[in-house]
Design a protein around this ligand. Structure first.
Ligand code: XMP
Length: 317
């Protein structure tokens, strides 16, 4: 009979034996898995764990600042790295989803590697790999849909010549959440929806620009904040907005507008492999739609995605 207390105690003991006085570097993403992995390693070796949290400029609105704050409150030794312009430069002129993922993965590795080299004598790379990731990495599905954030940086340990330590690789997501709560990690991290490694880049169809990211961040923030305020956030498995590469006609006063369309996506799911579109109340969707159109410059139309997976996927790219 598995309990989080016993898991934590034995894992921390094993980590201590394995790592001794070695230094470990770990990339935090803001998600549950990397956060729980970091806390376990921190329990075991304290300040010898060096965490790096990269701002790719592709996170949600205020996400970087908020999460960095939470990590510092937890006592983690974490360095925030602003690499926004590196990522925007790497994405310039690229529209193909797979090429975007590759550009982001490569840029992440470069930024992370440069930071890790500033740490004297680091020997290990800590990762938040969980059991389903171990299985999925041998699945036959196309790379565009099964890749998880740590797979996106799969070349990292080789490039850095580090040994890998993965304290969660026997756990399922719900067990990781239980362990995280037992470690007193705050709910804003533990109950967070899954978020793709390439971030908002794959929710901006076509070429990514800083301006489009800002527009999408505003739209997404209105949607997510409303879901939280109305108590729907924890009822859906994942939610977000997609900026479409089309303009549509609208009216504002006597003027005709020709502006962007955004799609809202919210799904229920158990593991992300299959998903149903979330049957959110029409009144709720109407409120979110008006708020977006009234507040976000350059958006004059909102649509709601009513496709299930399969055959549609959760993300649009
Ligand atoms: P799809 O779109 O395949 O998404 O139904 C299933 C889950 O995977 C996430 N996803 C990704 N996560 N890197 C990631 O780390 C990616 O390239 C990627 N693509 C999709 C998606 O957000 C959903 O949770």
């Amino acid at each position: 009979n598995w309990t989080p207390e016993i898991f934590i105690e034995s894992t921390v003991r094993q980590l201590r034996e394995k790592l001794g006085n070695d230094r470990v570097v770990l990339g935090l993403s803001g998600g549950v898995d990397s956060s729980v992995a970091a806390m376990l390693i921190h329990e075991a070796i304290g300040e010898n764990l060096y965490c790096i949290f990269v701002d790719s400029g592709l996170l949600r609105k205020r996400e970087f600042e908020d999460v960095l704050h939470s990590y510092k409150d937890l006592g983690l030794n974490v360095k925030g790295v602003n690499a926004k312009s590196r990522f925007y430069d790497a994405l310039a002129g690229i529209s193909d989803p797979e090429l975007k993922r590759k550009a982001i993965g490569r840029t992440f590795i470069d930024v992370f590697d440069a930071e890790a080299h500033k740490i004297q004598g680091v020997k290990w790379l800590g990762q938040g790999t969980i059991y389903p990731d171990v299985i999925e990495s041998v699945s036959v599905k196309g790379p565009s849909v099964t890749i998880k954030s740590h797979h996106n940086v799969g070349g990292l340990p080789e490039k850095m010549q580090l040994k890998v330590v993965e304290p969660l690789n026997t756990l399922f997501k719900d067990e990781v959440r239980v362990v995280g709560r037992t470690l007193a990690i705050p709910d804003n991290i533990i109950s967070r929806h899954p978020f793709p490694g390439p971030g908002l880049a794959i929710r901006i169809l076509g070429e990514v620009t800083a301006e489009k990211v800002q527009t999408l961040q505003e739209v997404d923030d209105i949607f997510i904040t409303s879901l939280k305020e109305r108590g729907f956030y924890n009822e859906v498995w994942q939610a977000g907005a997609i900026l479409l590469p089309v303009q549509s006609v609208g009216v504002m006063g006597d003027e005709r507008t020709y502006e962007s369309v955004v799609a809202l996506r919210a799904v229920t799911s158990v593991d992300g492999m299959t998903a149903d579109w979330a049957h959110l109340p029409h009144e709720f969707l109407a409120d979110v739609s008006s708020e977006i159109i009234n507040k976000v410059k350059g958006v004059n139309r909102v649509v709601y995605d009513i496709s299930s997976k399969p055959p549609a996927t959760i993300e649009w790219e």
